[in-house]
Design a protein around this ligand. Sequence first.
Ligand code: ADP
Ligand code: MG
Length: 468
Amino acid sequence: MTSVRWWVVIPKRQHFNAPSFDNPPSTLDNPPRPMASVHLDNVTKIYPNGVAAVDGVSLTVADHEFVALVGPSGCGKSTTLRLIAGLEAPDGGTIRIGDRDVTDVPPKDRDIAMVFQNYALYPHMTVRGNLSFALRLRRMPGLLTRLRHPGRARAVRREIDDRVNRAADLLDIGTLMDRKPRDLSGGQRQRVAVGRAIVRDPAAFLFDEPLSNLDARLRLTTRAELKRLHQRLRTTTVYVTHDQEEAMTLGDRIVVMRDGRIQQADPPLQTYHSPLNRFVAGFIGMPPMNFFDGTLAVLDNRLTFVEEGGSGPPAASKTGALTSSELTLHEKGFRVALPSVAPWIDGRMVGRVGGRVVLGIRPEHFSLSPIRSEAGLVVSAPLDVRLTMIEPLGGNADLYLRTAGHDAVVARVDAMASGRLPEVGSSVRVHVDLRRVQLFEPGEAGMNLSLEPQSSGRSATELAHAMA
Ligand code: ADP
Ligand code: MG
C-alpha cells in the first residue's frame, strides 16, 4: 500500500490594499499593511493672511471608504486634502492615518499618494519611467548593495516591473509605456497620474479635482473608470471635487463643506433626501432646489405656507387631508397646505406660526400631471404658474416658471409622458409632490425643519411618503 502525502501550499498573505494584484508583491511591502483609515480631529488651518481655510474639521474616513469632499470654490477642500497629505501644517487639531498620529510626520512618510488636477508628470520621462520613478527611488538598494547582492537588486527590479505592468493593465495604458507625457492626450495623462499613485500601493489615495481638465465626455468615462478602480482596489480614498454630480456618483459618503466647515457627511442619497440645512439642499442636486421665502400660517386648522408677497391670508380652504392639499397661486404669492405627517412636526411647527420660513421644492418634484402614491392617492398639489422658458433635454425638459414672488422656478418634467409641452408665455398648471417638500429656517444655511429632531435619518417628507 502506498502512502500518499499531501502538500498544502499556503499562499503568502494577500497584500492588504491591493487584492486585485493577484500575485501580491512579496519583497516590496512587508509587513502587511495596518488599517488605513484617515482621521481628522478638530483640525484648523489659518493662512498667514488670516483666512481660516479649514475651521475645526473632524472627519473619519473608514478603511476602504471612498469619501468625496465637495463644496463651492474656496470652501477649503484642497486645504483639507493638503493637510492630510502633510503639504500644509495645521494650526490646531490632530491627523491620524490608521493608528498613527501623523500630524507632525513629513509627507513622504505618510504613506499616501496624491493625484492633482494638473497631473504633474515628469515631462522628460516616459510613461514607464513616470510610473516606476517613486518605487525606484524608494525601493532600489544603493549602488554598493546592488553590486554586492545582484540577485536582490534583480528581484526588486522585477517586483517594480510587475507592479508597473499590473497598474498599466488595470488602466489600459500598456501600449503607451514608451511615450513621453507630451505625446499623450489629457485623458491618457490623467491615467498615468492615477497609475503612478496605484503602483505605490499607499494607505490612502488623495485626489484633488482630478477630472477638471478633461472634456465632458472624457470626464464621464474616466469617472466610471475611477469608480471601477476603487471597487477593485478598495483603497481608502479622499476625493475633492466642486462637482456635486461627481461626488454623488463616486462617494460612499459625501462631505459637504462651506467656509472651512463640514455641513454634512452622509451617503449620497441620504444627503439628497435629507439635507441638514438649506446650503446642502441647494448644493446637492441639479438643477438646484427651488427656495421660496414665506411665512407659516394656520389656515382652516391646517399648517400652511404662504409665499412672500401674499396679500394676507387667502380664503380658507375646505380641505382636510393630505390628499386634497391645495397649492393655489394668488394674485400675489401662493400658499400650500403642508402635509400633516406626525405630531412632532406640527408641535414644532406650531411654535413657528407667523414666523418666516423657506419652502424648498426640487425641480424633479414637479410634474405636469397629478402625482399619485402607490395606493393611488393624489399626493400632489396643483400650482398655476407662468411658463417663461423651456430647455429641452431629450427625455426631460426644464421648465422655467414664474410665481408672484419668484422669477426663475425650475421644474424638470418628463417630456415624453406629458405629450405636448405647454407654450412659452402661457399659464400652466404644475403639480408639486407634497411628500417631498422641505422647510428651512431663513438664512443661507438655515436648518432643515422637516427633519425629525436627533434625526434617525428619516425626514418628515419620508414619513409622509410612508404614510401616503
Ligand atoms: P477649495 O479647494 O475648496 O477651492 P482652498 O482650500 O484652496 O479651497 O482654499 C480655501 C481658502 O483658503 C480660500 O479662501 C483660499 O483663497 C484660501 N487659501 C488657499 N490657499 C491659500 C494660501 N496659500 N494662502 C492664503 N490663502 C489661501
Ligand atoms: Mg481646490
